[in-house]
Design a protein around this ligand. Structure first.
Ligand SMILES: [Zn+2]
Length: 302
């Protein structure tokens, strides 16, 4: 256990900045949310103001700033690599920027990998030593926990399993075609909804209008669930993990497609039942998973 009592935990996404202070027992302030300006100087400024606000409200001076972010990232050098969805942050050395600004140590971790840690430390897979956590949102992120550690394979970033081939020819931000991300992210879901005459710009609204037109909504759940089931089947061939959690902004929607996802998964793996997971859960508070994961990393609980 580290020597500090409080940490500032942040989650940087394509659209928003989120953050709060936490203590090592997981107690926290409310989560502050700010729109992230789509340029580097605006992002730096908004980040600085958010951290200042969190520090001012923290019961004691925090000992560390722990940042989860969409990436890809070099977590050792604490900088962005060439990003998939945030080109204005390409190669931004966020670690040294924040260390100089606040004279505090900084931790940086991929948001999906942080979410995986959050779910096994404090969330719906609490206490599990092995787990696969899939984050469905603007992108499709994954975190693989093996023997209580984030599995990075041979990559500086950790494996980015949202970029395995799932079908089709759509160009992905990573430079490949037909990645899982192009079929399962928020944009893909809303495009699928439009195909069924359920046009909208937000997932929350989609769930509401789906209640008015249940026939179309069920067809949408069938299609999306089948895609998700195919994705999980591919990952299970490689990983064979017994515990899976779905989090991110699409977690609530994905939960509604559960039986269709499960049907595809069981059909594909019918001859290899040992590849099937025992449990597939959905995060109860997807906004919090990555922040709790950063606390877990800061306090070295996993
Ligand atoms: Zn890709």
């Amino acid at each position: 256990m580290s020597g500090f009592k409080y940490c500032v935990a942040l989650d940087i996404g394509g659209t928003n900045l989120r953050g709060t202070w936490l203590d090592f027992k997981g107690r926290r302030d409310k989560i502050f949310l700010k729109k992230r300006p789509q340029n580097l100087s605006g992002t730096k400024h908004a980040l600085t103001l958010l951290i200042q606000k969190i520090i001012a409200r923290c019961p004691e001076k925090p000992g560390i700033i722990a940042v989860a972010s969409a990436g890809p990232l070099d977590v050792q050098k604490k900088c962005y690599l060439k990003t998939v969805n945030m080109p204005e942050l390409d190669f931004f050395p966020i670690g040294s920027f924040l260390e100089e600004k606040f004279s505090l140590p900084v931790l940086l971790e991929n948001d999906a990998q942080a979410a995986a840690l959050g779910e096994v430390t404090y969330g719906c897979l609490q206490g599990e030593d092995f787990a696969l956590v899939i984050t469905l949102g603007t992108g499709v992120g994954t975190g693989v926990i093996l023997d209580r550690k984030i599995w990075r394979a041979g990559h500086v970033t950790g494996p980015e399993l949202g970029h395995i081939f799932l079908g089709g020819e759509e160009l992905c931000g990573c430079g490949q075609q037909g990645c899982a991300e192009t079929l399962l992210n928020k944009r893909a879901l809303l495009a699928l909804a439009t195909k069924y005459g359920l046009t909208t710009t937000s997932v929350r609204t989609l769930i509401n209008i789906g209640q008015q037109d249940k026939q179309k909504f069920i067809r949408l759940l069938q299609d999306y669930g089948a895609r998700l089931g195919l994705f999980i089947a591919q990952l299970q061939v490689m990983l064979g993990l017994k515990n899976i959690c779905i989090c991110g902004g699409l977690a609530h929607f994905a939960r509604l497609s559960h039986k269709f996802m499960r049907a595809t998964l069981e059909k594909r793996l019918s001859q290899r039942s040992w590849w099937l997971p025992d449990t597939i859960k959905y995060s109860s508070n997807p906004d919090l998973s990555a922040l709790l994961g950063m606390l877990s990393l800061a306090t070295k609980q996993y």
